[in-house]
Design a protein around this ligand. Structure first.
Ligand code: ATP
Ligand code: MG
Ligand code: MG
Length: 517
């Protein structure tokens, strides 16, 4: 605790791994290819990369593909792309499935040594027995019986399919993860890489220690929910008789109003509730990028949490505030006026014919380039701005509604000294149509609990689209370009200009102040 605090003050992320030697550290990031990477995975990936580089060591990205029912090539491809986006460069990319033959041999060796047995206790009963410390009636059957049943499992026979392989560890251990965990289970489905060659697949508990040890991993970083399993991990390595590996825990990342489970995200995709895994409402790397999050902000945010092991529920605000600090100094400024209720303001002394001035797209950052601003004697302003005008101007009204204004043009006015600020656009045919998209959390529950039914917590409205017109320069926005709309906030271009009949789609980027609810 003390040292953790001291280290935090010193630098945002100066932590060490136990027993780490310069040049000899090897870490691994082991995503299961059952979805795209989300912000929790990004944390794990950044940490593994951080330590590999800090010690001049090696980073392995290992696809943990041991469950054919959930995994696909499409996810492998997208995870590789996500890692590239995060600027994480693995020294090696491997697959747990590469080790299937070796893992089968290891399983057989453990059976022969009396360290594993085949059990056909039904799943629920087994769960209960593990809780209560009751030994399975199969626990002490002899090696021959175990080998015979193992053969049935490997062949995927009817008898085999009713069995699983369990480690013979310690049914009385206080740490329940040691109560004979499952090592292998049957699955007749086809595997995305190895096809239908196998009918049995290793569990994470069994495969992970073996592959870590075999690949030369020195430090296995695991999120804190695995903490209780560390003892089991060491025990299984010892039973296998392979090189020991250090483990190091970090806290699992959780966010308010957010699901970070690939299974649940997959449900949203399958139900058509989102556009796909890259939906900007998703906490995936691709989704957050589409929403306007920079990789730099993500990295800073994650590294700023340091090595804290607190399991806390994070607010999104902090991350978006960091992001704003990164985008604000460089992103170009543009202007938009909402279509609904926009009010024309006629300038009595405005220019007879419109004229153009070329001005910077960002007052303090020349790198943002320039834009053309049109001045004319009729300008458009937002309804809200028009309604804030009370005196000194001529106001046309229809009931309470302001329908027109007239005023005087002060080109030399300053935003700083002017009390009443207006966002305006010269009314002329070159204006472009915009679709401003405001997004909200997908769920209404701040912190999801195990028993919460997804269907009961869905947020009914998660997307609000508002039509606007914008300055003609926005025709040149590229997909993914981030801008600020004067007095409206930050936006990212999701669909650039193609033709005048379809609007440019701009997604609002949270800035850490306005809560999207
Ligand atoms: P999910 O429930 O989303 O499928 P998982 O833990 O099963 O998550 P994996 O693909 O197996 O997903 O995880 C790869 C790595 O990412 C693991 O090391 C895991 O600990 C880590 N990880 C996953 N989710 C989080 C999270 N929310 N916070 C921190 N690390 C995480
Ligand atoms: Mg997993
Ligand atoms: Mg999971």
């Amino acid at each position: 605790q003390q040292t953790e605090k001291a280290q935090k003050v010193e630098g945002s992320f100066e932590i060490s791994l136990p027993g780490a030697e310069m040049g000899k550290v090897c870490t691994r990031f082991p995503p299961e290819p059952s979805g795209f990477l989300h912000i929790g995975h990004a944390k794990a990936a950044f940490l593994n990369e951080y330590f590999a580089r800090k010690y001049g060591g090696k980073l392995i990205v290992r696809f943990d593909d041991t469950n054919p029912s959930k995994e696909k090539d499409e996810f492998v491809t997208n995870i590789m792309q996500d890692l590239e986006t995060l600027e994480i460069k693995p020294d090696e990319v491997t697959y747990t499935s590469d080790y299937f033959p070796a893992l089968m041999e290891m399983a057989e060796k453990l059976i022969k040594e009396g360290k594993a047995y085949v059990d056909d206790t039904p799943r629920e009963v087994m769960q209960k027995e593990r809780m209560d410390g009751i030994e399975s009636k199969r626990r002490n059957q002899n090696v021959e019986e175990n080998l015979a049943l193992w053969k049935e499992m490997v062949a995927g026979t009817k008898r085999g399919l009713s069995c699983c392989l369990r480690g013979k560890l310690d049914m009385q251990a206080l740490n329940k993860t040691l109560r004979d965990p499952v090592y292998y289970r049957c699955n007749p489905e086809e595997h995305h890489r190895v096809g239908s060659k196998y009918k049995v697949y290793p569990t994470y508990d069994f495969a992970c220690p073996y592959v870590d040890s075999t690949e030369g991993v020195t430090h296995a970083l695991r999120s804190s929910e695995y903490h209780d399993r560390n003892e089991q991990y060491y025990r299984i390595l010892a039973d296998m008789g392979v090189r020991p590996v250090h483990t190091w825990d970090f806290s699992r990342l959780n966010f308010v109003y957010t699901l970070l489970s690939k299974r649940k995200l997959q449900w949203f995709v399958s139900q058509g509730l989102v556009e796909g895994w890259d939906d900007p409402r998703f906490p995936t790397v691709q989704g957050m990028r589409r929403r306007g999050l920079t990789v730099e902000a993500l990295r800073r945010f994650i590294l700023s949490q340091g090595a804290s092991k607190n399991l806390n529920l994070m607010e999104w605000d902090k991350l978006w505030t960091i992001n704003k600090q990164i985008i604000d100094p460089v992103c170009p400024r543009h202007t938009a006026v909402l279509k609904d209720g926009k009010v024309p303001l006629t300038l009595r002394d405005g220019p007879e014919t419109p004229f153009i001035r070329i001005i910077p797209r960002h007052k303090k950052f020349a790198g943002a380039g320039k834009k053309a601003t049109v001045f004319a004697n009729t300008i458009l302003i937002d309804k809200a701005d028009a309604e804030a005008i009370h005196e000194g101007e001529e106001i046309d009204r229809e009931g309470d509604k302001v329908t027109g204004l007239s005023g005087v043009l002060h080109l030399e006015g300053s935003v700083k000294t002017t009390k009443l600020k207006l966002t305006w656009l010269a009314d002329h045919p070159e204006l472009v149509d915009l679709n401003l998209v405001e997004l909200d959390y997908l769920i209404r529950k701040e912190k999801m609990e195990e028993e919460d039914e997804l269907l009961n917590v869905l947020n009914p409205v998660t997307k609000i689209e508002v039509a606007a017109v914008g300055d003609s320069n926005m025709r040149n926005l590229a997909k993914g370009e981030i801008i600020q709309l004067e007095r409206k906030g930050y936006f990212i271009c999701d669909a650039p200009y193609v033709r005048s009949t379809s609007p440019i789609v701009l997604i609002s980027i949270p800035d850490g102040r306005q809560r999207p609810r």
